[in-house]
Ligand binder design. Structure first.
Ligand code: PXG
Length: 460
């Protein structure tokens, strides 16, 4: 712990204040209050420390967002400069400002050339709210107002606001008042969970063709868009088989359905490409972005539109009846510029592609390839998942897999490591600046956590 971060108040005092006033995300409040949250007070590169001086290796880049790691003075300086120059102005009164103009120029210099316009938001959820309204507006302008059904995927995650929740496929979120009309879902391409004997490639094609079946059932004239994460993040870091995305793209083109990629997690270098759809080699019509846009230092998101869509909205659309007070916020834009500049000029994304990404993937396969608890290893660049399984050969999963992975995550914390558990998988997505040494530490600590878990359930 550094002196800058010496405790100002007792941990239990912070915990009491938190319990008294704060509803946390996706947690049982009562249980959390009884346990008392860890109070995180500082961070540097991949490490965090809490109010009691415990250090953690953050294997999750915060919540998939601190792509440049913690403690970047250049991002802080960019925010300070902009706060002093122009802390706020809006985009409504026939106005703009240099920060947002320069951000757009930089962003579109990094994106494939067939994208041309952005609608800025504060978060990924808002990006997906805007997505729903924008694709429906697009079809209205083209004289097809009935083309408004959005198709998402079960277990996909697109955010926590109403439209984004409905678009996502988390049933427990739908159950908490999270549905809207004209949203449908197909299955996720989760080969390991598939109980038949299809190869991954056969399974990928079959999973993709569910989209065709759904479109035909609903009538292509009623379907606006298909929305999915290039690889599924919160739903378990699920990588589709190679056959999946080309077939999805074929289907969307054939039935004139917009293909919308949620790049909130996959964007800004995670896979070693600037955007995850580039890794999977397909061409979406829209991209939802957030998180890595600012490395999480300040909230910002957006919806990226293809030139074809933007031309319709701009040339034929008249008034676009949407706007957020903080769209293109100058301070967020200034931080995003500093972040993207660093990712580009320090060669961070290139390094993930050519060095640290392959290194992490190779280390994980060497260390866990024959591990008795691990049935499958998926990932590319600096994102990976370990699928826990009772029997790798038959892909038999544990009946209580969520408990086992949760236990592994808890042991991780005890060992000074933060990795995430989903149903049957452990997920890691470290900051993109990770060195080989930091990757060694991540893999070694993960091995300790997985071994301890395996011992507890009698597998080692
Ligand atoms: N799309 C995707 C693909 C996401 O992962 C969002 C949209 C929403 O972004 P905002 O900025 O509104 O949170 C996300 C968010 C997890 C977890 O447990 C992941 C997210 C959020 C909360 C938890 O992996 N991703």
């Amino acid at each position: 712990m550094t002196t800058d971060n010496k405790p100002q108040r007792e941990t239990r005092d912070y915990q009491a204040g938190d319990a008294a006033h704060h509803i946390h995300a996706f947690l049982d409040q009562k249980a959390l209050n009884a346990e008392g949250p860890r109070v995180i007070v500082g961070g540097e590169r991949l490490h965090l420390w809490d109010n009691d001086g415990h250090r953690y290796l953050d294997g999750m880049s915060g919540l998939w967002c601190t792509n440049l790691g913690y403690g970047r003075k250049d991002l802080a300086a960019a925010a300070t400069r902009q706060l002093e120059q122009l802390p706020y102005y809006n985009m409504f009164f026939h106005t703009t400002h240099p920060a947002v103009v320069e951000l757009s120029e930089l962003l579109f210099s990094l994106l494939p050339r067939h994208y041309s316009h952005a609608i800025y938001t504060n978060s990924g959820s808002e990006a997906n709210e805007v997505l729903i309204r924008t694709v429906r507006r697009y079809w209205q302008i083209l004289g097809k107002p009935q083309k408004k059904i959005m198709i998402g995927r079960w277990n996909g995650y697109h955010g926590s606001t109403l439209g984004a929740t409905a678009l996502g496929g988390m049933k427990f979120m739908h159950d908490m008042g999270g549905v809207i009309p004209d949203v449908e879902h197909i299955d996720e391409p989760y080969w390991f969970a598939h109980e038949g004997d299809l190869t991954p490639q056969e399974f990928g094609l079959r999973a993709a063709r569910q989209l065709e079946t759904k479109i035909l059932e609903l009538g292509a004239e009623n379907v606006a868009a298909f929305v999915a994460e290039p690889f599924q993040g919160a739903g378990g870091m699920i990588f589709p088989p190679e056959s999946y995305w080309p077939e999805i793209q074929r289907i969307c083109r054939q039935y004139d359905v917009l293909l919308c990629a949620d790049e909130v997690i996959g964007g800004f270098g995670r896979t070693g490409e600037w955007f995850a759809h580039q890794h999977f080699d397909f061409q979406p019509d829209t991209l939802s972005i957030a998180k890595g846009l600012t490395s999480g230092y300040i909230p910002m998101g957006g919806l990226i539109l293809s030139r074809r869509m933007a031309e319709v909205l701009v040339e034929q659309g008249g008034v676009f009846a949407h706007g957020l007070t903080y769209s293109g916020h100058p301070v967020a834009a200034a931080v995003a510029i500093a972040n993207l500049t660093a990712l580009r000029d320090e060669g961070v994304v290139t390094q993930v592609k050519t060095d640290t990404g392959p290194y992490l993937q190779q280390c994980l396969r060497e260390v866990f390839g024959d591990h008795p608890l691990v049935g499958e290893i998926q990932g590319v660049g600096l994102v990976a998942a370990l699928q826990f399984a009772q029997d790798k050969a038959t892909r038999k999963r544990f009946a209580n897999e969520a408990d086992i992975t949760w236990r592994c995550r808890t042991i991780g914390f005890e060992e000074g490591l933060i990795i995430r558990s989903t149903l049957g998988r452990m997920i890691m997505a470290p900051a993109l600046i990770a060195t080989r040494g930091e990757i060694d530490e991540l893999v070694a600590k993960t091995k300790i956590a997985v071994d301890r878990t395996a011992k507890e359930i009698g597998l080692l």
